[in-house]
Write a protein that binds this ligand. Sequence first.
Ligand SMILES: [Zn+2]
Length: 521
Amino acid sequence: MRMRRGPSNPRAVAPVIRLIRAERRSAMLGHRNLIRHPVLSITALFGLHWDVRKLILLAIAVFVLLFVFLVARSATPVVDLPLAVTSIGQATPITVHVRDPRGIRRLQAFVEQKGARYEVFDMAQPSKSSEAVWNFTAGIKTTPQLHEGKAKLIVEATSHDMLRKTGHAERDVTVVTQPPAINVDSEPHYLYLGMADLATFTVSGGWTDAGVLVGDQKFRAWPTPGGKPGLFSLYAFAWNMPTDTVPLVYAANDAGSNVTRPLVVVFPKREQPKYTVHDLRVSDAFMQKVISELDPNGTGDPVARFVKINSEMRRADNKTLSDLRFKTADKFLWSKPFIRQPHSQAEANFAEVRNYIYQGKKIDQQVHLGYDLAVTQHVGVQASNDGKVIYAAPLGIYGNSIVIDHGYGLQTIYGHLIRIDVHEGDAVKQGQVMGLSGQTGMAAGDHIHFAMQLDGVQIDPKEWWDAHWIKDHIARRVDLPRFNMSSGASPSSAHGSIAGKGFSAVTITRDLLASLSGGRQ
Ligand SMILES: [Zn+2]
């Protein structure tokens, strides 16, 4: 039934069809229905004149190719809403990233609330760019119909090609008509350089971020433990903070509102720790030890290499330590006063200023932000309190180091170990031996560099060795589960030989405060 040769003139088609019909009627009686509409039927198509078939097939092929071409060229726009957008206020800036190889014909944004849809943005100018960023604002200012509460932000982008596919992104948001409001505890907070404190407060209205600001240092707020209402922040008044700095409780929402309230503070000028200045003589042997260990591939002037390690590497190491604040638990992992390494002698105290003297000349000055605790060579290094190991590895000038998280941004640091016996992620108990002391890093003799940090700011650990201070500043203000003053360090190990100038001054102040406030302790 195939391949009839004939004239290519289209006027010859009609008789040909009639001929085919006649043939079919006799040859394929059983398939009569299929050939009733010959032009529409594939069976009939094959029966057409060869040239006509060619034309029709060509037309179909062109259509298919065009379609495939269009589909291949067209894309669905990918719309990205930044994760930070969680609430909408007066006029909240919103940035949308859209990717589409053909560009964007139209971009629209809506806020949906209680079944109603409000357009908040309609991009008028089509863009040919394959990656575009669109900025607009959404909020009560332009959409006064919005109410406080839940809503949905929807962004739709239409591709700049023939098929006009639409990509979309949506996000649950909260419409915030009121700025945050802060209610701060009213008690006076006594500030001492290098020390910590705890503030309690409540934040109402719409807020996404809160805490205590001391200068440019931010301390996070946490929900009060034990299911009680409100928030608290452990914050530090850093050793080098300008003394007229007033800590502020802050609350912000990503709708653009930012509110602060000052804490009631007392800064007893005469009772502040007095940081001492010491000359540290650098021998040739020590300089060689430090540069060969910490800058093994370096060349050039040994003094310059030593100073570079002491300044730049120290700064980088302190940054690494500070960044560990993000690896903290949102609960107290401890319940007893912190302990100081038993039987240890403090060879250096917190925030001592050190002049590095080489061949009679001062080559550098740094501040020592911890205690150098010496016992005997290779003594077992004990965990100061219960917690979780978040760092156990070499760390530049601090040598082999361990950092333990105790929750709510409070962390202890142990440096210069010869051997580390714990791993990141291990839970440790107070007094647990975690490795052996040594003199790795920038250490001239076997000792433990013990330090403490609060939300990344290094603080003087001695308050945390003091059961009375913890009771008065922490346990009295928030629920510290199972806190027991009698546990933890014995008085001799807690105070020991570090009762230096700063410490006795602060102790006197606290006793004075206790008597003024009716003997809280
Ligand atoms: Zn040290």
